[in-house]
Design a protein around this ligand. Structure first.
Ligand code: IVH
Length: 699
C-alpha cells in the first residue's frame, strides 16, 4: 500500500468510526455491532502502525488506550473548580431565590435546571478544536492530568464538530460509569472471584486514575458535559449548552429552562422519580441563573458561586422488617448473606431482598431477625440495608405479642438466634454451606466465608459450567442456565469436560428437547472446540483470571503446558500478573482435579495452544537490529514494543551484551542494565528515539 492509499483509507476509517460513535452517543442508536466497530478501530490502528507519520492528532484509535502513566502530572486549573452550595429543602431553595432576586436588584431573570450527576468532575481543554487536556478536579485549584485515560471515553470529542468553535475553550463535565456497565463489571468480578465494587461513583473515580489506559477503555466510561468556559463564548447558559451539543459533546437531555422558582420546584419533583430510569446515578438538581452577565454580577462566595445551587434529593430510605437471612453460594464458593425483607416500595420498585455483603457487615449493623431495618437505594443500584431502626426495636421489645414473633422468625429462618427474655442478641452466621452442608472456611485477609467443597457443591458446579459456556469464554449459546441445571440434575454433566461426551440420547432426556434442538445443542458444543486458546484459558475458571489476564497469559506463555510448568517467578514475569494471580494460577495447576479436567478437555480436542500467527510483517526498517527493552514506557506496553520491533524487521533479545544494537530504555530501568550498556558502548535510546528509527531515521 502506498502512503497515499493509506492516507485515504485512514481518512475513510476515521470518518466511519466517528459517524458510528456519534450515532451511538448523540443519537442513541446503532447501525453496526460492537464487534464490527472494534474491527474498524483495529484496521485503523494497524494502518497507523504501518504509517506512523500519517496518524492524525484526533485519531479515534486513541479510544482503545495503549498508554501507561506511572504518575499523573499535577496541573493548575485555568479557572478554579468550585463546589456548589447544597440545600435539601424547598424553603431554603426559596430563600436562595430571594437572595438571587435581591442581588439582581429587581431585574428579570431565568433559571436553567440540570440533574446533578454523580460521577467525577473533569475539566477538558480544547485548543484549535482538539482535545489537549483532561484534568481531574483535585483540590479545585490543581488536579491530575489524566488526558490519556480521558481520550478513551468515546463520548468526549477528540475534535469538535463544525468550524465555529473558538480557538481555545474549556468544558466541564461529569465522567461516570453507566449503571448497566457497573452491574456488568461487578458480575464479571464476581465471576472470577474478585470482590464487588461498592458503587459506580467510586469505581468511576478509580478508573479515571488507572495507569493502563487500555483497561480504562475497556471500562466504558461516559461523560455528560455541563459547563462551557472561555472568553465571550455565550450570553446564557442555555446557549452554552446548545453549543456543546452542536460541537458534539454528550449533554444529558434532561435539562430545562425555568421562568421562576415554582417551575424549578416542579422540575425537582418531576425528576425525583423519573431519574431512576436514567442510565446513571443522580443525587440532586443543579439550578443555575441562565444569563452569564447576571452570573457575573452575582459572583462567588469563597467556596461556591452565588448564581447556582444544588438541591439534593434525600437518600431514599425506608424502614421494613427483616424476615430472615438466606445465603447464596457463588461459583467460587463465596457465600453471600441476603436480607429477606418484608416487601416495600422504594424509589420506583418493590424491594424484597438486599445484599448484606458478609458476616462483618451483619455484625457491624448488629442485625437481629425480626428487626425493622432501614433500606436505601442511594448511590448503589442494589438496595442496601443501612442500619437497624432502633426506635422500632424498642417498641417490639416492649410489646409481648410482637416479641414472641421474634421466636417465630428464628424458627422460620432456621438461624440460631440467641436471645434472652429481655434483650436480643445478634445471630450467629451460618457455619455450614446452605447448599451442601459442608463446613464453611474463612481465608486470611478475606471477609467472605467459603464453601470448600468445590467439586461437590451444586451451585459451584453449575456456576463453573455457566462460566465456561458464556460468550466471552466458549460461547456455547445453545446452552442456557436452565439446560445446565437439568443436565446437572440428571447426572449427565458435572464439569465442563462432561459436555463434550454428551450424546443425542442424553440430550433427548431433557425437557423440551426434540431432534432439531438436540442437534443444535450438540453442534454448538462441538463448534466450541475451535475457540481460541485465550478464551479457553479464561473458560476453565482460574480464580482472579479474567478475560484480560487470560489473554495476556496466553500471549506470553503460548500454551497451557508452559503455564502449567511455570514457577511462581516465571508467572510473575508475565504482564498484568501480580502475587495474587500468580499464586492462584500456580495452585490451580497443582490441583489434581484441575489437572484431570484439563486432560479431559485436551482429549476432547479444545485449543490449548496459541495459534496466534506470528505478527504480520510490516516493514524491514529496523534491518535485523537487536533490542533489549527495559523499564516502563509512556506510550507503549512492553509487549506492544516487542511486537512492533518484530513486525518491522528487528529482533528482541533478553540480555545486554557487546553485540546488542539498542537498549530501549523506559522509566525505572534497573541501573545495572544501564551501566552494562554504557560500559559496552551499546546505544541507549528513548521511546521517542525508537519512533524515529521506525520512520526510517538514523540516530
Ligand atoms: S455545575 C461552580 N452542573 O457537582 C460549580 N455541576 O458540587 C458548577 N455536578 O464538582 C458546577 N452535575 O462535579 C454542575 N449539572 C451539573 C452537575 C455538576 C454534577 C457536580 C460537579 C461539581 C459538583 C459541585
Amino acid at each position: 500500500m502506498t502512503p497515499a492509499q493509506a492516507l485515504k483509507e485512514i481518512q475513510e476509517l476515521t470518518s466511519k468510526i466517528n459517524y458510528h460513535n456519534d450515532l451511538y452517543y448523540q443519537k442513541n442508536t446503532t447501525e453496526i455491532s460492537d464487534q464490527e466497530f472494534d474491527l474498524l478501530l483495529k484496521k485503523l490502528e494497524h494502518l497507523e502502525k504501518e504509517f506512523p507519520e500519517l496518524k492524525q492528532p484526533d485519531s479515534p484509535s486513541q479510544r482503545v488506550g495503549g498508554t501507561i502513566t506511572k504518575e499523573f502530572a499535577n496541573v493548575y486549573h485555568k479557572y478554579p473548580m468550585l463546589s456548589l452550595g447544597n440545600t435539601y429543602s424547598q424553603e431554603e431553595l426559596e430563600d436562595w431565590d430571594a437572595r438571587v432576586a435581591k442581588g439582581l436588584e429587581g431585574d428579570a431573570y431565568e433559571y436553567f435546571c440540570e440533574l446533578k450527576f454523580d460521577g467525577v468532575s473533569m475539566s477538558l481543554t480544547y485548543e484549535n478544536g482538539l482535545l489537549v487536556r483532561g484534568v481531574t478536579r483535585g483540590d479545585g485549584v490543581r488536579g491530575d492530568d489524566v488526558t490519556n485515560n480521558i481520550r478513551t471515553i468515546r463520548s468526549i470529542p477528540l475534535k469538535v464538530k463544525g468550524t465555529n468553535a473558538p480557538a481555545s475553550f474549556e468544558v466541564r463535565g461529569e465522567v461516570f460509569l453507566p449503571k448497566d456497565v457497573f452491574l456488568q463489571l461487578n458480575k464479571e468480578r464476581e465471576d472470577i472471584g474478585e470482590e464487588r465494587y461498592a458503587n459506580a461513583r467510586n469505581t468511576a473515580s478509580g478508573t479515571v486514575k488507572m495507569q493502563d489506559s487500555t483497561e480504562v477503555a475497556r471500562r466504558k466510561l461516559d461523560c455528560y458535559a455541563y459547563s462551557l468556559l472561555g472568553e465571550d463564548v455565550a450570553d446564557t447558559h442555555e446557549e452554552s449548552i446548545q453549543k456543546l451539543e452542536a460541537w458534539g459533546f454528550n449533554v444529558s437531555p434532561t435539562y430545562r429552562k425555568c421562568k421562576n422558582i415554582q417551575e424549578v420546584i416542579k422540575y425537582i419533583t418531576e425528576w425525583d422519580t423519573k431519574r431512576q430510569d436514567l442510565p446513571l446515578e443522580t443525587d440532586g438538581v443543579v439550578i443555575k441563573v441562565n444569563s452569564l452577565e447576571q452570573q457575573e454580577r452575582l459572583g462567588f462566595t469563597a467556596k461556591s458561586p452565588r448564581w447556582a445551587i444544588a438541591y439534593k434529593y434525600k437518600a431514599q430510605s425506608i424502614s421494613t422488617r427483616l424476615n430472615g437471612v438466606t445465603y447464596q453460594v457463588g461459583r467460587t464458593g463465596a457465600v453471600t448473606p441476603v436480607a429477606e425483607l418484608e416487601p416495600v416500595f422504594l424509589a420506583g420498585t418493590t424491594v424484597k431482598r438486599a445484599s448484606l455483603h458478609n458476616a462483618n457487615e451483619i455484625a457491624r449493623l448488629g442485625l437481629v431477625i425480626g428487626d425493622y431495618v432501614f433500606v436505601e437505594k442511594g448511590g448503589e443500584i442494589i438496595p442496601k440495608v443501612t442500619g437497624v431502626d432502633f426506635e422500632k426495636r424498642k417498641q417490639i421489645q416492649k410489646s409481648p405479642s410482637v416479641s414472641s414473633d421474634y421466636h417465630a422468625m428464628s424458627f422460620v429462618t432456621t438461624l440460631p438466634i440467641h436471645q434472652t427474655n429481655q434483650s436480643l442478641e445478634t445471630f450467629r452466621y451460618t457455619d455450614i454451606c446452605p447448599e451442601c452442608n459442608t463446613k464453611l472456611v474463612r481465608y486470611e485477609g478475606e471477609a467472605a466465608h467459603y464453601c470448600p467443597n468445590t467439586r461437590g457443591c451444586p451451585p459451584q458446579i453449575r456456576g463453573r459450567i455457566e462460566h465456561f459456556i458464556q460468550r466471552k469464554a466458549m460461547d456455547i449459546n445453545s446452552l442456557g442456565e436452565q439446560t445446565i441445571k437439568q443436565l446437572y440434575e440428571l447426572g449427565l454433566v458435572k464439569s465442563p469436560a462432561d459436555l463434550y461426551s454428551l450424546t443425542r440420547e442424553d440430550v433427548l432426556r431433557l425437557e423440551g428437547f426434540k431432534d432439531k434442538s438436540a442437534k443444535n445443542l450438540l453442534d454448538g458444543i462441538s463448534k466450541s472446540k475451535e475457540t481460541p486458546f485465550e478464551s479457553v484459558l479464561f473458560a476453565i475458571g482460574i480464580r482472579y483470571v479474567g478475560k484480560t489476564v487470560a489473554e495476556k497469559l496466553a500471549r506470553y506463555f503460548k500454551s497451557i503446558d508452559k503455564i502449567a510448568e511455570a514457577s511462581l517467578e516465571d508467572l510473575l514475569k508475565a504482564p498484568e500478573v501480580g502475587e495474587k494471580i500468580a499464586q492462584s494460577v500456580y495452585q490451580f495447576f497443582r490441583n489434581e482435579e484441575s489437572q484431570l479436567e484439563i486432560s479431559r478437555l485436551k482429549a476432547a480436542g479444545l485449543q490449548f495452544e496459541s495459534t496466534a500467527k506470528e505478527p504480520e510483517k510490516l516493514s524491514d526498517v529496523l534491518g535485523n537490529k537487536s533490542f533489549v527493552i527495559s523499564g516502563v514506557f509512556e506510550r507503549y506496553e512492553r509487549e506492544q514494543l516487542q511486537e512492533i520491533i518484530v513486525q518491522n524487521g528487528g529482533r528482541v533479545v533478553s540480555s545486554v551484551s557487546g553485540k546488542l544494537d539498542y537498549l530501549l530504555a523506559g522509566d525505572n530501568m534497573g541501573p545495572s542494565k544501564r551501566e552494562k550498556a554504557e560500559k559496552l558502548g551499546v546505544k541507549i535510546i528513548s521511546e521517542q528515539d525508537f519512533e524515529k528509527l521506525l520512520t526510517g531515521h538514523t540516530l
